[in-house]
Design a protein around this ligand. Structure first.
Ligand code: PLP
Length: 438
């Protein structure tokens, strides 16, 4: 209550704008997720730079949410802004390639060790395209996903395991569900026997998974998981897609390059164009060739891949500049170091007050969960969810000028995030835990 009152008193201009916006947008926001903030209304942003943004209420915020990874490179990174602006002035969309296309593809190929790339407007689009290709090349229908995964608004991936093992739509799935029994198999993360049994049926076209789960807290792979997945895919002729949209936080070539993983295809998106819409997928030479030869040229129109503005010149200029000048290999050590500091600060406050929680770090990303030990799979992570507690901790931080990701207890470090930014969060978090465990 006290925190809500404090928020109300200090965010009057945001309130005014939100009431005005509510006349023409549900919940007063342009995209519904933006209504998921802990306060009674969302904070309206005036401008942002690096790891900070200023609200219309005149408050400076340390941004540990960074657009839920959309701004992992920091806000308005100069090199990307310059390249994007310059390309905008020279035209943005032609249905023809520009020189940045091959530069962007070559940069991604070098990072992920996959030679063949295509561009989209979002990671969701990239996942959808790859699922279609995988079905096309295998002639099979089913997609295997991990319980509690998120890969964008992809119908077949929006499923979970019921208590009796049935595959059912996830809560919040809008509209009549796709026939999940025909399209989708769900297995828990790190459950090798379940994955092997599902693939042994010979019905699964493709495994679509994150290398580490990031959408239900952070759940790290157990030793042997990735080798077992690759081996089972090889045995059964199943395509393996690793979605690195979030795990690009682990290093310049995501977990694929960091850990030597061997997918048939990877997906990236969110931050790769410096903050404007872009996604991409990369394929091995073999998978790209199978995908290409399995399509008659005239089928491409109905293949369900591609889009009018996909691969537009502005996004490609943004990707080229971001990868070569902002999110460089040299930028990662400091980002990862900041995340380690954040992890140590949060864990020490947890330990000091005896809260039964823990923190997990994955590269430049870290997250606390209301569990005494790291979760092994999505269900364990989900069972620790405590909405009210999370809202309190997030609102407490917001009232002290620190923004966390609304859907998780997650903090992300950009190349611009400083040790002082992290220390400010550590102090505020310690105060919040003390208020709960006094
Ligand atoms: N893949 C993963 C792992 C994600 O976490 C998300 C979004 O959170 C997506 C794909 C979809 O990204 P977008 O909403 O930018 O299409």
């Amino acid at each position: 209550r006290e925190e809500i009152d404090r928020f109300r008193d200090t965010h009057r201009e945001s309130e005014r704008l939100w009431r005005e916006a509510s006349a023409h947008m549900p919940d007063g926001v342009p995209m519904l997720w933006m209504a998921k903030w802990p306060g009674p209304w969302p904070v309206f942003v005036e401008r942002a730079d690096g790891a900070h943004f200023r609200s219309v209420d005149g408050i400076d915020h340390i941004d540990l949410c960074l657009g839920d990874t959309g701004a992992m490179v920091g806000h308005a990174p100069a090199a990307a802004v310059a390249a994007i602006t310059e390309q905008l002035q020279r035209g943005s969309t032609f249905m023809l390639p520009t020189v940045d296309a091959s530069a962007a593809a070559a940069l991604l190929a070098g990072r992920f060790g996959l030679p063949s790339w295509q561009f989209t407007l979002s990671a969701t689009d990239a996942n959808r395209a790859l699922l279609r290709y995988a079905r096309q090349v295998t002639g099979r229908r089913k997609v295997l996903v991990i319980d509690y995964c998120y890969h964008g608004s992809v119908d077949e991936a929006f499923a979970t395991l019921a208590e009796d093992g049935a595959v059912v739509p996830r809560r919040g799935n809008i509209g009549p569900p796709v026939p999940l029994a025909e399209t989708t198999v769900v297995v828990p993360f790190n459950d090798v026997p379940a994955l092997e049994a599902a693939l042994a049926t010979g019905e699964v076209a493709v495994v679509l998974a994150e290398p580490a789960m990031t959408n239900i807290g952070i759940v790290l792979p157990q030793p042997g998981w990735h080798d077992a997945v690759r081996a089972a895919c090889d045995r059964t002729g199943t395509v393996l897609i690793l979605d690195e949209t979030h795990t690009l936080c682990a290093g310049p070539g995501g977990m694929v390059a960091r850990d030597g993983l061997r997918p048939d295809a990877v997906v990236v998106g969110k931050t790769i164009a410096g903050g404007i819409p872009a996604g991409a997928y990369g394929m091995t030479a073999e998978f790209a060739e199978r995908a290409r030869t399995s399509l008659e040229l005239e089928d491409i129109d109905v293949g369900g891949v591609g889009g009018t503005l996909a691969g537009n010149a502005v996004s490609l200029a943004g990707i080229r500049a971001t990868l070569s000048e902002v999110l460089t290999a040299d930028a990662y050590p400091a980002m990862i170091e900041r995340a380690a500091e954040w992890t140590a600060g949060v864990q020490s406050a947890i330990d000091r007050h005896g809260a039964p929680w823990q923190v997990t770090q994955l590269g430049a990303r870290a997250e606390y969960s209301f569990l005494p030990r790291p979760p092994r799979d999505g269900r364990e992570a989900a069972e620790a969810d405590d909405f009210e507690l999370q809202q309190y901790l997030h609102l407490h931080a917001l009232n002290r000028g620190i923004l966390l990701t609304p859907f998780h207890n997650m903090a992300l470090m950009s190349p611009a995030t400083t040790a002082a930014d992290v220390a400010a969060h550590t102090a505020a978090f310690g105060e919040a835990v003390a208020s709960l465990y006094a």
